[in-house]
Write a new protein. Structure first.
Length: 108
């Protein structure tokens, strides 16, 4: 497993499936909201992540238990503040940056 972590190992596939189910149940899937899976959003350490576009809202550390609240917020045009990723969440954590440098073979 990658030292960055794996969204799949943290349940992202079940989260995606449940999100699609909730959107359909609430009638949002046909008209307003589409739940798409994606490749990496480069927030492995804060995943699973949900990106809401075109609002540019990024939620991190999302669990199945968070999905009702996320869908409620979508219906209300609001955000789930406690799940919002901070600017720091988009930076590779220092321990992972050090791991990446260990493999560098650059001569000084």
């Amino acid at each position: 497993m990658s030292p960055k972590g794996s969204c799949a190992a943290r349940g992202s596939e079940a989260i995606h499936a449940r999100l699609k189910q909730l959107l359909k149940q609430r009638g949002l899937a046909e008209t307003e909201v589409r739940a798409c899976s994606s490749g990496c959003l480069d927030t492995c350490w804060a995943g699973p992540s949900v990106c809401v576009e075109p609002d540019h809202v990024f939620y991190g550390r999302v669990t199945l238990e968070d999905l009702d609240e996320i869908v409620d917020a979508l219906q209300q045009g609001a955000r789930v503040e406690r799940l919002l990723l901070s600017a720091d969440d988009f930076e590779t954590p220092e321990p992972l940056r050090k791991l990446g440098r260990k493999g560098d073979q650059t001569a000084s």
